[in-house]
Design a protein around this ligand. Sequence first.
Ligand code: ADP
Length: 368
Amino acid sequence: TKNIAVMTSGGDAPGMNANVRAIIRAAIYKGCKAFAVYEGYSGLVKGGPQYIREMHWNDVRGWLAEGGTNIGTARCMEFKERWGRLAACKNMIEAGIDALVVCGGDGSLTGADLFRAEWPSLIAELHEKGEITSQQYENHKHLNICGTVGSIDNDMSSTDATIGCYSSLARICEAIDYIDATANSHQRAFVIEVMGRHCGWLALMAGIATSADYIFIPEKPSSRKDWSDHMCQIVAAHRARGKRKTIVVVAEGAIASDLTPITCEDVRDVLVERLKLDTRITTLGHVQRGGNAVAYDRLLATMQGVAAVDAVLEGTPETPSPMIAVVENKIVRKPLVEAVKLTKSVAEAINAKDFAKAISLRDSEFVE
Ligand code: ADP
């Protein structure tokens, strides 16, 4: 049998609990022991029974729908240093863990991939220093690792949806529906900022699903003059047709073609100055992360959790570390390194102002 540990890392997302539950129960079902690493990589670096705990079937009862992550998550600077990863390696071996499933965003999965690549040199160093026994060294020569993608942003390449993105989308739409009523009553304009970091998926999908008048996303930058003219023309046309309210959705990462941020304040000022609209700004903030996971996220997290356990049980030193993805409604394994590399190239392409490349790399036909 294997001792399989699960950890959540990076930004929390609804459905992470469902993923942890599925991994723990699938591991037990397959005759393995299941463990949870609490507080992300910092729990691994600190180690000991407080942070690396064996989990039983009943420990995750009721977790399927719950938002957030009950085993905690953290941003951990120490894990970015080799000494931090060396401590993590030792703690894992002491706890007898031989496979790790990390549920997190691209940062967390980059860390996971680096950890696996470095593993042979880490255990060799621990063995040399006499910090682990020869038996432990022999038993842990290879680290079996697997990633599942938990993020509200849906910003990972190679997968159609990340665990949490549909819950967040549902929450955003609900909030915009509330704003709609008041906007309509007072004939106001609302500029609404939504999360997503450098990815416009949440803003675009929420904008379409709430019939927003205009949407700003990082993937489609334009000059201040161009977006001002275009937005005013569209909003004025909608008003002329009798629409009593205006909703503009701004992704937090929205940028102009000179790569400066487009802020809600910029957009409000244009609506006030040029169209004389009574305009308010609403930043949705952390409500976007809260609440229960929607049915789709529960299903995705559960199916991917089972697939992750299968992947670590079938993993060999020769097979590349997998990331569990969903592509055209099928749960599939993708090479973790490739997915992380692709996601990073998107950021690089945006920095180089090569937006066409960024869009094609992210498999984002939705922008077209
Ligand atoms: P997300 O996983 O949501 O993208 P972060 O980028 O903050 O979130 O990453 C979460 C954690 O993963 C970091 O705090 C760090 O511990 C680890 N991590 C991220 N990038 C690396 C890296 N290049 N090397 C090692 N660990 C990393």
